[in-house]
Design a protein around this ligand. Structure first.
Ligand code: TXA
Ligand code: MG
Length: 314
């Protein structure tokens, strides 16, 4: 850890595990280090980064946490897969927030991540450690595959236990608003603070470009099946890979199959999702087909990622 923290302090890039996905971290107070993150990911400068902190007190240095719901959410869900967007303080360089007056804050529930942030004695700005637009990394190997040239150090923490990014809630408007479904089920959040508005996405107004229609995308085109995989469409002459929650009746119809959770558990499915998409994408198939999953609990975040993966490039 001292080496990784030293790398952060000197303006380097460290990829590190969190409970959701691997992050590509830089000192959030160092605009030049943060610029290297954008460069490494080829991420457009209009897409702000999440600032990772090791405690709610630290969060208060980077964001104004006056909103009445913020304290409740932090107390109940931190550390954990919940990112809060609040007005920023002057400690946060503009490049981190892409010029916005707000900042996204998160305290990850992962010992390695927390130890790195503490030892670095700063906050760590980190997007997911994948090339912009591609499937997020849930293993150190995924990071090495695409970013080994540009990252100074990769902390290998094995597989990310949750496997899907944090839920993002904006607390900057008149009422809390869901910007991205993720690892903290919206049902749990609504139980804590009441009904939450869903952001309306418009391509002309990408409030957060993680909300761009096409994102989390495989190179192989993916379609979401209208329903039952055994009764539905076949593509004659094509090698099709199937992504499904549970086993299907006619596996022989597909060139490859990824079963996300044999017992139909959406938590297990979320944990396996990105690695399964990467495996399917590496097999030289013509098409990927995904069986829709129930949009409850983590299913909402899973379906969000699959829809964005399926959206044709605009
Ligand atoms: O679980 C996660 O959140 C992972 C791990 C590494 O912490 N991080 C992650 O970062 O998913 P990234 O950069 O892939 O996605 C961050 C999202 C983007 O959609 C970005 O636009 C949004 O957060 N975001 C960041 N700052 C924002 C702000 N001030 N207002 C609205 N959205 C913001
Ligand atoms: Mg990302």
């Amino acid at each position: 850890m001292p080496l990784a923290a030293e790398t952060i302090r000197q303006g380097g890039l460290v990829a590190f595990p969190t409970e959701t996905v691997y992050g590509l971290g830089a000192d959030a107070r160092n605009p030049i280090a943060v610029a290297r993150v954008f460069e490494a990911k080829q991420r457009p400068a209009i897409d702000p980064l999440i600032v990772h902190v090791a405690s709610p007190e630290e969060a208060g240095k980077y964001g104004h946490i006056a909103d009445k719901h913020a304290r409740v959410l932090m107390e109940q869900f931190w550390p954990g897969p919940l990112t809060l967007v609040v007005p920023k303080t002057e400690l946060v360089p503009d490049i981190v927030t892409a010029g916005l007056e707000t900042v996204a804050l998160r305290m990850p529930a992962h010992e390695t991540a927390l130890a790195l942030i503490r030892a670095s004695r700063t906050a760590i700005a980190a997007p997911s450690a994948n090339p912009f637009g591609y499937v997020s990394p849930t293993e150190a190997q995924h990071v090495a595959q695409h970013l080994s040239e540009s990252v100074d150090l990769i902390l290998n923490g094995g597989r990310c236990p949750l496997g899907i990014e944090s839920t993002i809630i904006s607390l900057t408007g008149s009422s809390p608003c869901l910007l991205r479904a993720g690892g903290t089920p919206i049902e749990d959040i609504e139980r804590a603070i009441g009904k939450i508005e869903r952001a309306v996405f418009s391509p002309d107004r990408p409030r957060a470009p993680g909300q761009l229609a096409r994102h989390y995308a495989t190179r192989t085109p993916l379609v979401i099946l209208p329903g039952d995989p055994d009764a539905s469409i076949l593509w004659p002459g094509e090698k099709v890979g199937l992504l499904t929650l549970r086993p299907v009746e006619h596996p022989e119809r597909y060139a490859a199959i990824e079963i996300l959770s044999p017992k139909g558990d959406l938590r297990e499915a979320a944990a396996n999702l990105f690695a399964a998409l990467r495996r399917l994408d590496s097999r030289g198939l013509d098409r990927l087909a995904a069986v829709p999953m129930p949009e409850e609990g983590l299913g909402l975040a899973i379906m969000d990622r699959l829809r964005r993966c399926a959206a044709s490039p605009s």
